[in-house]
Design a protein around this ligand. Structure first.
Ligand code: PMP
Length: 416
């Protein structure tokens, strides 16, 4: 499962008649303490003291290049986006104090949904408070008891949690394995409801799903298809509509899930669809109904950013250049990477183990570079990764500087 940091390692123990509900985390607590006792800075509690731009921040008092954010298109400081947020804050106040289905739908929420409909060329768009909630809500509401969900084993935590909440039969298949997916689909009893869930880009290794074949097979087997485009929206595809657009399967995908917390540069989640009955979701989807809607300033920044991303082809081209340059440079230095070729804005560097990974992470931070340290259960196959995610605002020189930092840190830690 991707993105989870914490996981219960063992059952609770009973001390003096009281069950210590924390004891299931003892192994994790010990592992973390072991790293800290070894003198390593906690990689999961970094503070950005000041954010200077989409690609730079002050961390531990030093100017640091950011190579571990999801700010793919660098929209967080875009002047039009910032102005839209300020204006909405002044005009509509700080928050809606209510659910979308009661007092929490403002003009801005509708305009943001209109922008999404235009961006994707779809009939319906529904904005949630986060991408996590979009997956949780759409999946659990669509597929309930007696239905079947066929999903990639490396799916994001929010997808797994959506499956659990909905109580459908869960049928995972090996990551990106077309035949395994087909076999699972063919075994589902005749007449049962079927939902295939895929991601455009998988966030740990940065690899892309073979959507063309997978979507065709799903449709041949009578399944509805949902694709999470969290890491591809804004960047992949001629219009930034994601891997679905790039693979030419837009007409066959029933639901696209996305987030505002990556290329859009703010916070929020959404689902777009052409299904004629889609609007009923607004009344039956619990993670949409039973939570407060996004603040007006947030939906205003999202709308402004989405509209700019429609015309972002130059930025997209530069981001591809950055991704290719970093991938080729790290490969030439001798690092082991998550993919043979650059497939997205994520370049994952595979570390021999957690201790060396954490040491390398810290060495890079001392160089003035922030990347993500990812470990199991967030990562597939028990891997420890230094996950690099590029931004369209990184300059060519910055990427060269980053490669120099990797070379020095890698040699110091003994990884290359
Ligand atoms: N789906 C995927 C594939 C993700 O990687 C993430 C977040 N990392 C989400 C959904 C959730 O998005 P949000 O941050 O908006 O909750």
């Amino acid at each position: 499962m991707s993105e989870g940091i914490m996981q219960a390692d063992k059952p609770d123990t009973v001390v003096g008649g009281e069950t210590d509900l924390f004891s299931k985390f003892d192994d994790l607590i010990a592992m973390r303490q072991g790293l800290l006792d070894g003198g390593i800075t906690d990689p999961f509690s970094l503070v950005m003291e000041k954010v200077l731009s989409p690609t730079r921040a002050i961390c531990n008092g030093r100017d640091t290049i950011l190579l571990g954010t999801y700010n793919y298109m660098g929209m967080t400081f875009d002047p039009d986006v910032v102005d839209a947020g300020k204006q909405a804050l002044a005009d509509f106040g700080t928050g809606t104090t209510g659910s979308r289905v009661l007092n929490g739908t403002y003009q801005g929420h509708k305009e943001c949904e209109d922008a999404l409909k235009e961006f994707y060329g779809m009939d319906h768009a529904m904005v949630f408070s986060t991408g996590y909630q979009a997956n949780l809500g759409i999946i659990s509401t669509l597929a309930g008891k007696g239905d079947y969900i066929v999903l990639d084993i490396d799916s994001h935590a929010s997808i797994w949690d959506g499956c659990k909440l909905g109580d459908a039969e869960i049928v995972p298949f090996k990551h990106n394995d077309i035949e395994a997916m087909e076999k699972r689909l063919k075994r589902i009893p005749e007449g049962a409801g079927k939902l295939v869930i895929l991601e455009g880009v998988y966030s740990m290794l940065g690899d892309v799903a073979p959507l063309k074949e997978m979507v065709r097979i799903a449709k041949e087997n009578g399944a509805m298809v949902l694709v999470d485009e969290a890491h591809s929206m804004g960047f992949i595809g001629d219009n930034g509509r994601g891997v679905v657009e790039d693979a030419g399967v837009e007409d066959d995908v029933d639901f696209i899930i996305g987030t505002f917390s990556k290329s859009v540069g703010t916070v929020g989640g959404f689902c777009v669809s052409n299904h004629p009955k889609f609007e009923i979701m607004r009344l039956v989807c619990r993670p949409y109904v039973f939570t407060a809607s996004l603040p007006p300033s947030v939906v205003a920044t999202a709308e402004a950013s989405i509209r700019k991303l429609m015309h972002g082809s130059e930025k997209r081209a530069h981001l591809w250049e950055n991704s290719k340059r970093l991938h080729a440079g790290l490969k030439a230095l001798g690092f082991q990477l998550g993919t043979d070729t650059p497939q997205s804005a994520i370049v994952a560097v595979i570390m021999p183990d957690l201790t060396q990974g954490a040491t390398m992470w810290e060495a890079l931070l001392h160089e003035g570079l922030y990347v993500n340290l990812a470990r199991p259960p967030a990562t597939p196959a028990n891997m420890t990764l230094l996950r690099c995610s590029l931004c369209a605002e990184h300059s060519e020189e910055e990427v060269e500087t980053i490669l120099g930092m990797f070379e020095r840190a890698g040699k110091m830690v003994g990884i290359i």
